[in-house]
Design a protein around this ligand. Sequence first.
Ligand code: ATP
Ligand code: AMO
Length: 468
Amino acid sequence: VYGKHWTEVGALIDSLKDQEVLIRGRVHTTRPVSGKLAFLVVRDRGFTVQCVVTLNPDYISRQMVKYVASLNRESIVDIVGVVSVPGVAIKGATQQVEVQVRKLYCVNKAMPTLPINIEDAARSEAEIEKALKEGEQLVRVNQDTRLNYRVLDVRTPANQAIFRIQSQVGAIFRQFLLSEGFVEIHTPKLIAGSSEGGSAVFKLDYKGQSACLAQSPQLHKQMSICGDFGRVFEIGPVFRAENSFTHRHLCEFTGLDVEMEIKKHYSEVMDLVDRLFVAMFDTLNEKCKKELEAVAKQYQFESLKYKPKTLRLTFEEGVQMLKDAGVEIDPLGDLSTEAERKLGQLVLEKYDTEFYILHRYPLAVRPFYTMPCHDNPIYSNSFDVFIRGEEIISGAQRVHVPEFLAERAQACGIDVATIATYIDSFRYGAPPHGGLGVGLERVVMLFCGLNNIRKTSLYPRDPLRLAP
Ligand code: ATP
Ligand code: AMO
């Protein structure tokens, strides 16, 4: 049997009619019809094919029909069979051919009762409502159950697609930046102090010294610019000791970070965001069509609206739009989640885009390393980037004068001793520079119009979840 070539379930098409194939997959469902006939749907990476087991003196015994009907769902099976094309559409399978089974081996059995039924976990809200109305017995799979049994949960077509899209986002980010002369770096995640300020930091003991899990690669990516790499990027874990539960905060996420020398203006960094993300969305729409369809089938969403040239608004313009719409707002404070969402709606109505940059934030709401605006130091050379009214990126020009940097850190309540080597790096001569940080899980969540970041983190970490 194993002398044959394997055929993937997704590759089973009409042109293979009458050919004998060897496939491996999971038992998706079994449907016994009689002592002489049973149907088996086999699944492999999101594709499913219906296999027919019919009593046949040369290949299939009565015992075999009974055995197939009793196979546990999710078991792994190898099947040798002949491809046939029925005259009617096959419901409940992605492939429109059948496999007439000649031999079947169960490679490894799954438990008889699983904590998640994949068929149920794959249903959309509308499908669940319809099934319930029709009196079908079914269990709505809640998020905790999904996450507790993530290995099963990610077998659904939508989840398979989400993590393939996530993989593409990382690949596009890396390829784009490498092609523009950026150097990929890897910075330490065990560091002496907080890199972003604030209390959201995991503290630990480092052989007797107090240490932190890096809240971002901020300090070391800037130090690498002082080390003459010119343009750098990193893809790596970021740790935030968030205390509360929101739909968009995790305690560990994947940061896509960039740092680059700038010649004249922080708009050079925004230009990069513009080119990188327009290229990313174009490529995702082109290369991940099937995956996006699979996500939309379970979680309805509209394709992201974006322009070939990304809209830029100043913070002041954003505040004015909100005020004009009757939203009360502190013109020098940070935007609340609700205000950000509202601004997203207003921008969509006025500019017909769901992707835009908001820049020149008030200095007071930005981290200590942010460069104040030359013309008005109440504001800063900084920006956030939004998808569907939610932040995916923060970025800025940085302070590159060491004395001023130390002063800003102190003013922001940072213990300068914990970042002494960082500040010293600027004493050896530092070029003007800027950069940005992207949250990978947020990009995928918002591009796919999903409502919770736990859907786009393979093994999410939140204040209560440390497993699996
Ligand atoms: P950044 O780290 O760049 O600030 P962020 O998306 O976490 O990114 P914040 O500026 O921290 O955004 O917060 C924006 C808004 O999100 C806050 O005004 C607040 O409403 C909400 N928010 C942020 N962090 C939390 C949290 N841990 N719990 C609840 N709400 C939060
Ligand atoms: P910031 O703190 O805004 O900026 O983080 C950058 C981006 O990371 C994502 N993000 C998160 N994702 C999931 N869970 C969280 N708790 C979380 N917090 C942030 C967001 C955010 O836009 N050093 C700066 C970046 C820079 O200026 O280069 C920084 O870390 O998508």
